[in-house]
Ligand binder design. Structure first.
Ligand code: 13P
Length: 251
């Protein structure tokens, strides 16, 4: 399989930063940022999205949300719809992050509905999958991730899957400082690509972007990015400071 995929490094701020802090980050990051062949985006809390769009206008830095609702509008207090994000010109949306699965009752079924809705418009979904420690220790990690991928992508077309970004994020490596070894990360990203090939065909498998996420930072980005099956990173902690994040992009 020839690898024509563009590297893609995205930040996930999670529940961090005030509006002032987001503005300061964006101004500083815009100055540091050099347009390279690596695609870049920051995914941030809803209240920062308009600010980031304004400051990054005219650059190639993408802006993403961290979640969205699949209904366009209605009585869903506290939610923000894909339609609203489309109106704001948002580029990406993280779906199914393990923290949402763990703490906010996100299921493969709701993830699937969100992906179907996102693919009606231009926003590129970043689908997160990954096993927890207990599942890895039981040797079930591949089975668990395969089940997530199959359920989350049910009913999508190969054309849609080609545009998708999948982030493999082992739960035991998130925010723990414990990174999956490059070999472990590469093996699972390869497994995900194989599952995509089995379900959606070789072209979809060749084009889908697969990121690794979990304590990825300047010190380990090169090693991870040099692995054949790893096309990018989803960066939590190391995306909160402009210098750190720029170093990861410069891997
Ligand atoms: P950390 O980089 O802080 O481990 O977070 C990873 C993550 O969950 C990105 O979505």
């Amino acid at each position: 399989m020839s690898n024509m995929r563009t590297p893609f490094i995205a930040g996930n701020w999670k529940m961090n930063k005030t509006v002032r802090e987001a503005e300061e980050f964006a101004e500083a990051f815009k100055k540091l940022y050099k347009d390279t062949e690596v695609k870049t985006a920051i995914c941030a809390p809803y209240i920062h999205l308009a600010t980031l769009k304004r400051i990054f206008a005219g650059t190639s830095i993408g802006v993403g949300a961290e979640n969205a609702h699949y209904e366009d509008a209605g009585a869903y207090t506290g939610e923000v719809s894909v339609a609203m994000l489309e109106d704001l010109g948002i580029d990406y949306c993280i779906i199914g992050h393990s923290e949402r699965r763990q703490y906010f009752a996100e299921t493969d079924e709701t993830v699937n509905k969100k992906l179907h809705r996102l693919f009606q418009g231009p926003i590129v979904p970043i689908l997160c999958v990954g096993e927890n420690l207990e599942q890895r220790e039981a040797g079930r990690e591949k089975e668990v991730v395969e089940k997530q991928v199959r359920a989350d992508l049910a009913g999508l077309t190969a054309e849609q899957v080609k545009k998708l970004v999948i982030a493999y994020e082992p739960v035991w490596a998130i925010g723990t400082g414990k990174t999956a070894s490059p070999a472990q990360a590469n093996e699972m990203c390869g497994h995900i690509r194989q599952v995509i090939e089995n379900v959606f065909g070789e072209e979809a498998a060749d084009e889908v972007t697969i990121q690794y996420g979990g304590s990825m930072k300047p010190a380990n980005a090169t090693e991870l990015m040099n692995m054949e099956e790893i096309d990018g990173g989803l960066i939590g902690g190391a995306s909160l400071q402009p210098e750190d994040f720029m170093k990861v992009i410069d891997f």
